[in-house]
Write a protein that binds this ligand. Sequence first.
Ligand code: ME8
Length: 651
Amino acid sequence: MSKKYYITTPIYYASGDLHIGHCYTTVICDAISRFKRMNGYDVFYLTGTDEHGQKVEQKAIQAGKTPKQYVDDVVSKIKDLWKLLDIQYDKFIRTTDDYHEKTVQKIMEKLLANGDLYKDAYEGWYCTPCESFWTESQLKDGKCPDCGREVKLMKEESYFFRLSKYQDRLVKYYEENPEFISPKSRMNEMINNFIKPGLKDLCVSRTSFKWGIPLTFDDKHVVYVWVDALSNYITALGYLQDNDENFKKYWPADLHMVGKEIVRFHTIIWPALLMALDLPLPKQVYGHGWLLLGGDKMSKSKTNVVDPHFLVDRYGIDAMRYYLLREIPFGSDGTYTNEMLIKRINMDLANIYGNLVHRTLAMLEKYYGGVIPAPGASTELDEECKAMCEKLLDKCIEDMDKLDAPRALSNIMDVLARANKYIEETSPWTLDKNGDRERLGTVMYNLCEMIRVANVMLQPYITESPKKVFEAFGTPADKQTFESVVKFGGTIPNTQTTKMAPLFGRIDEAKEIEFLNKYSEDLAKKAEKKEEKKMEQPENTVNINEITIDQFMTIKLKVGEILTAEKVENADKLLKFSVKVGEETRTIVSGIAKYYTPEELIGQQVVVVANLKPAKLRGIESQGMLLCACNDEDIVLVAPIKRVKDGSEVR
Ligand code: ME8
């Protein structure tokens, strides 16, 4: 029976378009999966989308859609992208899938029943884009330490998971399984930054928004997105469902491949949750590096995104896959540059691979009418090339055991480069001129076989060209297995070859770079314009003709009492207030100075938009907005018609 191999990518946030940094994780996992399949493993490759949470809810509102409509659209684009990149996954999970939602509810019930959940009040700093809580000391200059964006102080009733209880068991697991957190440097990071300062219990439910999985035992609460998302790795296999065959067969995961910024969720929270559920732990979490652009992480929000559709359209799937797999040193960050992309295509794919294939086909045509000749006696040189080919499979297995695709590809390219050198060394045109048919036949046969061996080994990484090459050489594609390259000589003599279109045309580097730089500049300008427009039209004034009740409920209106009021210096229209909203006191700046004196407002009750993104007005951070009735002549503050407790919700 073949050995199983369960590999996962993170599930992608369904909150916008993906860039080639995202494609990196999926392409690596695809190459590993294809390699393992060819190496005889029974592989299950899972990917999917992370669709709940406040970030998605807000994006949906901005787009004037319901959250479900919004994620449906994004997910369909993500699936198209994986198709474009020829990603061969076994399952695509969506966290809005019914079976997933029900199972997450059961997981939460189980945690409650085991005493791993308790209810308390939560106060902490929350980064909405990262969906992460931080303590005061973890913040960097008062901002999110992961993405550098603003954080919000949140206070709400929540359920907590007893994460602290699992600290010692986690450390023991790390010690006993040194490969669990890879590469090793990431393990030290986890221990020093998170474990040593002491794990705190984790807030795992939220009441401040609705777009999530409700708790069955307290439906005011939705499950914290990271618990919802991490559970995908077992819900996708049928955990706690009627058909749990895949769960029994594939769990625990052999590899969770993740970007380095989410290693902590996968190596602390996830194993602790699994311990609480009494389940075996994954064998390895690999934190790969980032694809950088101009020194920064590529990111949707930084508008420095490199569009995979454009690149695939211009250079082809194989060029993109090859670039991602070959160029970025595995485990470390790598910088995307147009120059390196073009260089890689020219150096490896056009000069080494494409050139070899075309020269060989052309010589076969010229000397043998396109038919592959049978080999004769071998020379020392031939034996050296054969030995190199026969070692290739083992080398690649060794590399891929370390998940080192760049190295495996470099070893395959070495064989192709060796074949190019073999042509120079044997000089088939001289053999032809001298009428040395036997030696010419041997040389041509060996060239075809070297191409075949390298082509077999290229199949997990690039998916189109090997097929085309097999076809041109008349090689039956279904027989090009790893076993077929153990011994040199799998090419069948007397096979008719056919002409093929150039695999990879050589690109004029200078011209192409000029074109790409101009293209990037235009894109950046467009993005800048879009950003400017957004500033002119703040997010909350996006034109929505009709909103649903769910969308309305995302706007938090609360009653507040004005404690102090004063004029803002050098600003005729502005008044600065401190407003008591429940237990907190907020600073709010409002443009109503022409309509009220500060004194008449002290002690008044008003309606505050409480979840408005803070904005700076004349250097003062305004933490909310006061509702007013407005017309051409007047602006009048809106207030409850009788006094109520401040902090009361308005809906
Ligand atoms: O983190 N270079 O989703 P996501 C390399 N939903 N990899 C990059 C990258 C870059 N510039 N930018 C993103 C999430 N990635 C969560 C996961 S799993 C239970 C929940 C990688 O859409 C990133 O590191 O932000 C991650 O591995 C993947 O893209 C998805 O990121």
